[in-house]
Design a protein around this ligand. Structure first.
Ligand code: FES
Length: 278
């Protein structure tokens, strides 16, 4: 089903926020769930976390980092135009505890994906400490929105232009240790999630990782999003996207996400007109 774009906002270089009309998804979604979009008729499908929604406008919010051909096609659309397809809400909602001190950790565009989870933790009566990482000050996103739902928000920037100078896992180790938190949620680049899992493995912290593998159908049929968790095969689109971070095989996930890198480069450079009716 197509979805009209109501609003577009540039959050940082290459990172764009879109509000799109989606009344049925707006009524049903919960923190941690995602959608799959196809921006144009010939585009590939891409999964995106649902970041927010507005009952009055019957809209949902997504944040897109323009890194590949399909994401660039999505952010080139303007308010008034429509995404060709939008399906959701997909996946299981994030597991949210109550009355605990919780860690919310994200890097890059994962900061946007963390926002609904941090909000859900806060609404469930938790004390929420958010640690967010960005390349530099100009890449920090949704600071105001996070401050509104977190008890503490700390930033790390790779170049030291804002907050802690270093990455978000180094920031975590500088601020916390065993028993600092009862539960946590991490989302972002795979190396960051892997490092967060390694750093907290002995802490007794229940850490959920929201995984972002390659997805195609989002219904558990294609096998594209297969991950190994605790030695078991799981499908991120229907069994996740959140899993116990300490049991995820991040090395396998890295290999699988790199499998199509060469083809992605070709797709970026070559406007193929064979197939898809063009
Ligand atoms: S995206 Fe196809 S099985 Fe998950």
């Amino acid at each position: 089903m197509s979805a009209r774009i109501l609003n577009k906002r540039q959050l940082a270089p290459e990172i764009t926020l879109l509000d799109v009309e989606a009344p049925r998804i707006q009524r049903r979604w919960r923190a941690g769930q995602f959608i799959i979009i196809r921006p144009l008729e010939h585009s590939e499908r891409i999964p995106l976390t649902i970041v927010d929604s507005c009952a009055e406008r019957q809209s949902i919010t997504m944040v897109i980092q323009a890194v590949g051909k399909t994401t660039r096609e999505a952010v080139a659309l303007e308010p008034g135009e429509s995404l060709c397809d939008l399906v959701g809400p997909l996946g299981e909602p994030a597991e949210i505890c109550t009355g605990e001190r919780v860690l919310c950790m994200a890097g890059g565009v994962g900061v946007a994906e963390l926002l609904p989870v941090a909000r859900a933790y806060k609404e469930a009566g938790n004390t929420v400490v958010a640690l967010c990482g960005a390349r530099s000050d100009s890449y920090r996103i949704l600071d105001e929105e996070l401050r509104a739902c977190c008890d503490e928000l700390h930033w790390a920037t790779d170049d030291g232009t804002f907050g802690f100078h270093g990455n978000v896992v180094q920031l975590l180790l500088s601020l916390a240790g065993p028993r600092s938190f009862a539960e946590g949620h991490v989302i972002g680049p795979i190396p960051m999630m892997k490092a967060a899992a390694e750093a907290t493995r002995e802490w007794g912290l229940k850490l959920h990782a929201s995984l972002n593998p390659i997805m195609i159908d989002g219904t558990g049929m294609c096998g594209g999003c297969r991950v190994t968790v605790g030695g078991q095969v799981r499908f991120a689109c229907v069994d996740g996207p959140c899993f116990d971070a300490h049991k995820v095989d991040f090395d396998e996930m890295t290999r699988r996400t790199r499998a199509y890198r060469d083809l992605e480069q070709i797709a970026l450079q070559h406007d193929c007109r064979i197939g898809l009716g063009r």
